[in-house]
Design a protein around this ligand. Sequence first.
Ligand SMILES: Nc1ncnc2c1ncn2[C@@H]1O[C@H](COP(=O)(O)OP(=O)(O)OP(=O)(O)O)[C@@H](O)[C@H]1O
Length: 410
Amino acid sequence: MKEKVDSPVTVLEDYFRSSDSESSSSKDPSADSESQDFSKPASRWHGFLKLLRSGSKKQMNTLHPISVLKLSKRMSTSMRETILPSCLLDATASPCRSPWKIFTHHEILVATNSFSQENLIGKGGYAEVYKGCLTNDQLVAIKRLTRGTADEIIGDFLSELGVMAHVNHPNTAKLVGYGVDGGMYLVLELSEKGSLASVLYGSKQKLAWCIRHKIALGIAKGILYLHEGCQRRIIHRDIKAANILLTEDFEPQICDFGLAKWLPENWTHHTVSKFEGTFGYLAPEYLLHGIVDEKTDVFAFGVLILELVSGRRALDYSQQSLVLWAKPLLKKNDIMELIDPSLAGDFDSRQMNLMLLAASLCIQQSSIRRPSISQVVQLLNGNLSCFKGAKKTRMPFFRRVFQEELLDSE
Ligand SMILES: Nc1ncnc2c1ncn2[C@@H]1O[C@H](COP(=O)(O)OP(=O)(O)OP(=O)(O)O)[C@@H](O)[C@H]1O
């Protein structure tokens, strides 16, 4: 077990601890004239912010590879590879432009109409999200980090930026740019439909079954990419309906990487001492012992499937847990009781069986018994070959679906 995680924040902390003396002895007079606490030299992120900000001071549209090179030269190879997104590292090799725009405070204010209340589209525990319109008419979502001291906000910002700049998949949210003046801002492509939570619970128009199935499969593919497909092993740690954005054609995109952790290849898991996440989605081993690994996300994904099937919240207004409500029904094979009545029986029963099978495997108490997300993707696609062992289970629902599926495939 390891206590210290290989994350953008800890890596940067180490880096700036060693370079703090240097930055405070050569005090930048312009830093004090910047807005509020974010630019104070005392901040342990001062050097890094100076570097990020220098791009905008030189009126560059994007983070210039030379700035990245200046930073990366002072890092060890492992630090450099951990903190810097691969595209920036590539940018240091060839002088191409990085794809993110650096926004000035003025540009952020203009885009959001000075953070007007009518542009407020989301509020979480860490941030407020505003709709914005850029000068080229592109619609964006501007996430303004708000929780904690200036130092904590900058740490959270760098951590999320580090992960967002690293991921690139149709089922993950898209970063347009960022701003570090007058606050910490992440600028994302706007999802006009909003989050899955708002569509599932806040809209009168009910989601058709085929869309629910498409959303489940898309989220599973997005998690598969984070766990196995991108350069580093990323555990999202906060998979939930409010953190799934929907594109115009209901393609789901995983967002909010504020709690995401990077796990080195050779670690079985990571242990956290600070409890973060969302009740209703938390795996038992995380809740009890702070253990984080891929199965943390698999459990939360199981809860999401139950939400899509039942139309019920992970934790309802009386704090009743969806998992605790659904488990006995799955055990009794009482499937009709689980299904959202608003579907009025209009669903593909094979897909329904597969979704419920996936949910019941993902929400198992024991993390070892939960499938990997790649197995879940196979299952949702109707391929049960990797689950042969599970047919011996005592759960009648499992047995019935396995028998039906095996007969089908034979
Ligand atoms: N790109 C986007 N397009 C549209 N809406 C968005 C976008 N990004 C975020 N939102 C909305 O803002 C809400 C809050 O965003 P986000 O989850 O990133 O904030 P947070 O403070 O980190 O949340 P949490 O408390 O869950 O950690 C989302 O649930 C969603 O409704």
